[in-house]
Write a protein that binds this ligand. Structure first.
Ligand SMILES: Cc1ncc(COP(=O)(O)O)c(C=O)c1O
Length: 499
C-alpha cells in the first residue's frame, strides 16, 4: 500500500469516528473549496441562514413592521436582542452567566467603549493610574484604540514585546503592571501566532496590581472553551463573524462582569442605552445592568445569521468543537511532518506537543517590556528589536512612527530587515511552488508598508494555514473532514519511496 493510501485510510477512519460529522452538511457547500481553513477570518455560513433571513424579512420585518421592536417574536422583541443574543453567546461560547454580555457595534467600537470605561473608572479612584498595558504584537485595531485613549486621557501605553511565534505571559504582565496601571488589554488568542494566553494567570497578575483586564476574544469565541466568570475576567469583546459564523460584518459582543456594572460607565451615551429610552427625557441616565453598554439602534438584521449559527454551536457544544479542532490539528501536523518538512517547511509556533495549540500553552518565552509615551515610539514595535528570551531588547534610535523602512542608522535593524525580506522572497517562491492551494492568498495580501510588518504578515499567512486548524477550529470545522485535509493537493516529496 502506498503512503498516500495509508494516510487516506487513516483520514477515513477518523472521519468515520467523528461525532460532529453529521453537522458538516448543515453548512452551505463552497464549490471548488477543498478544505476551508480561513474560519479565523470569516466563518462559513450555516445552511439554515438563507431561510432564516428570508423568514425574517417576510414575516418579522415585512408583517410586524415597527411592532417588531416591542412585540414578542420567535426570538423575542428586537429591543431585547442585544441582551438575549448576548446571553446565548455567553452560554454557548464564553462560560459566562446571563446578564453580562451584549451584542452590538463592531469589535473596534466596543473595545473603545469598554477600555475608556475602565481607564476613566481607574482615574476616578486614583488619578495616578494612567497607564494601559498592551501587546505590541496585538491586532492593529487594539493598538490604535489604546493609543487613542491614552492620548485622549493624557495617559500612556506600556507595550509588551513578544516573539512573533509566541505571546504574552502572566510574568510579563506582573512585570509591566503596577500602581500606575489602569488597564491591561490583551488578545486571548494571538491573531498572528495562535498563542493562547494563560487568562487566569494574566487576570491574577493584573488584579494584583489593581488593574482591570480587557480580553479581545475575536479568535477565541466559538473556537476554544472559555470560562470568563471563573477566570474573573473584568471585560471582554469579540467579533461574531469568525468562529461564531455570523457572516461578514455581523455585530460584536461585549462582556462586563456583573459587579462592575455600577462602577464602569462607557463613554458613548446614546438613547438606546438610556434608562427608559422612549420617555425621550432630558439628560442621559444609564440603563441598569449590561444594557448601558448599548448606544444606538441594535443591528437586528445583521444579527439574524448569527442566530442560525448559534443554534448549531449549541447543538454541537464548544467542548466537542474544540476536541475536533485539536484532533484535526494533530493530523495536520503529522501531514506537515510527512509531506512538507522534507521540503524545508516548518510550523510556527514549533510543533512541540507541550507548547503547540491543541494543548494548553500557558507558559512562553519571557520577553522584556518597553514603555512608550503615546505617539512617540522609543523602540521599534517590530521584530527588529526582539532579542532571545530574557535579555534586554535592542533599542533602535528614535524614528518616525510613519517610517516605512528600518532605521538606516541602526545596523541591527537594517540587517534584520534585509534578512527578513530575503526569507520572505525565498519562502514565497517555495511555498507557492509546493502548495498551489496557498497561492490565491497572495492576491488577497493587503499592502503593508512597513517591511517588518509585511514580512511577518507573510509568515503569519503561511503558518496561519496551519494555525487555523491547529488552535482554531470549527464551528466551521464541523465542516472540515480529515479526508479533505489529507486530500489537499500538496505534491509529495520526491525522495522517499512508497511503503
Ligand atoms: C483580534 C482582533 N481584534 C479586533 C478585530 C477588529 O474587529 P472589527 O473589524 O470587528 O472592529 C479583529 C479583526 O479581524 C481581530 O482579529
Amino acid at each position: 500500500m502506498t503512503r498516500t493510501a495509508t494516510w487516506a485510510q487513516r483520514a477515513a477512519a477518523l472521519d468515520a469516528a467523528d461525532p460532529l460529522a453529521p453537522l458538516r452538511d448543515r453548512f452551505l457547500p463552497a464549490p471548488g473549496v477543498v478544505a476551508y481553513l480561513d474560519g479565523n477570518s470569516l466563518g462559513r455560513p450555516v445552511a439554515a441562514t438563507a431561510a432564516r433571513l428570508d423568514a425574517f424579512v417576510r414575516d418579522a420585518w415585512g408583517e410586524r413592521l415597527i411592532r417588531g421592536w416591542t412585540e414578542t417574536g420567535p426570538d423575542g422583541p428586537w429591543m431585547e436582542w442585544p441582551e438575549r443574543v448576548g446571553d446565548r453567546i455567553a452560554a454557548a461560547a464564553l462560560g459566562a452567566a446571563p446578564g453580562q454580555t451584549v451584542l452590538g457595534d463592531s469589535t473596534t467600537v466596543l473595545l473603545y467603549k469598554l477600555a475608556r470605561a475602565a481607564v476613566d473608572a481607574a482615574a476616578a479612584t486614583d488619578p495616578a493610574r494612567t497607564v494601559i498595558v498592551a501587546s505590541a504584537e496585538d491586532f492593529p485595531t487594539d493598538r490604535y484604540v489604546v493609543d487613542a485613549i491614552a492620548t485622549e486621557r493624557g495617559g500612556s501605553v506600556r507595550w509588551l514585546q513578544t516573539p512573533l511565534a509566541g505571546g504574552v505571559t502572566p510574568a510579563q504582565v506582573a512585570d509591566a503592571a503596577g500602581s500606575d496601571t489602569a488597564l491591561v488589554l490583551l488578545s486571548h488568542i494571538s491573531y498572528r501566532s495562535g498563542w493562547i494566553v494563560d487568562a487566569p494567570g494574566v487576570v491574577a497578575a493584573a488584579h494584583d496590581a489593581g488593574a482591570h483586564v480587557l480580553l479581545d476574544l475575536c479568535h477565541s469565541a466559538g473556537s476554544v472553551e472559555l470560562d470568563l466568570d471563573a477566570w474573573a475576567v473584568d471585560l471582554a469583546v469579540g467579533c461574531t463573524y469568525k468562529f461564531l459564523n455570523g457572516g461578514p460584518g455581523s455585530p460584536a459582543f461585549g462582556y462586563v462582569r456583573r459587579d462592575l456594572h455600577g462602577e464602569l460607565q462607557q463613554p458613548i451615551h446614546g438613547w438606546m442605552g438610556r434608562l427608559d429610552p422612549f420617555t425621550m427625557g432630558p439628560g442621559y441616565v444609564p440603563a441598569a445592568g449590561i444594557r448601558q453598554v448599548v448606544s444606538g439602534t441594535p443591528p437586528i438584521l445583521a444579527a439574524v445569521p448569527l442566530l442560525a449559527a448559534l443554534d448549531l454551536l449549541e447543538e454541537a457544544g464548544i467542548a466537542a468543537v474544540r476536541a475536533k479542532s485539536v484532533a484535526l490539528t494533530e493530523f495536520a501536523l503529522e501531514l506537515v511532518d510527512a509531506w512538507l518538512a522534507p521540503h524545508g517547511a516548518n510550523c510556527s509556533p514549533p510543533a512541540n506537543p507541550s507548547t503547540a495549540a491543541g494543548t494548553s500553552r500557558s507558559a512562553g518565552p519571557a520577553s522584556a517590556t518597553s514603555s512608550t509615551r503615546s505617539g512617540s515610539a522609543e523602540c521599534c514595535p517590530t521584530t527588529a528589536n526582539r532579542t532571545p528570551s530574557g535579555s534586554a531588547p535592542h533599542r533602535c534610535p528614535p524614528r518616525s512612527p510613519r517610517s516605512t523602512t528600518a532605521s538606516p542608522s541602526c545596523a541591527t535593524c537594517s540587517r534584520d530587515a534585509r534578512q527578513r525580506s530575503s526569507v520572505r522572497r525565498r519562502s514565497r517562491k517555495t511555498v507557492s511552488r509546493q502548495m498551489p492551494w496557498w497561492r490565491p492568498m497572495r492576491s488577497r495580501t493587503p499592502s503593508v508598508r512597513n517591511p517588518a510588518d509585511r514580512c511577518s504578515a507573510t509568515a503569519a499567512r503561511f503558518s496561519g494555514k496551519i494555525d487555523a486548524c491547529r488552535v482554531h477550529r470549527p464551528a466551521s470545522s464541523a465542516a472540515v473532514t480529515w479526508r479533505w485535509m489529507s486530500a489537499l493537493p500538496i505534491p509529495r516529496p520526491r525522495s522517499p519511496s512508497p511503503t
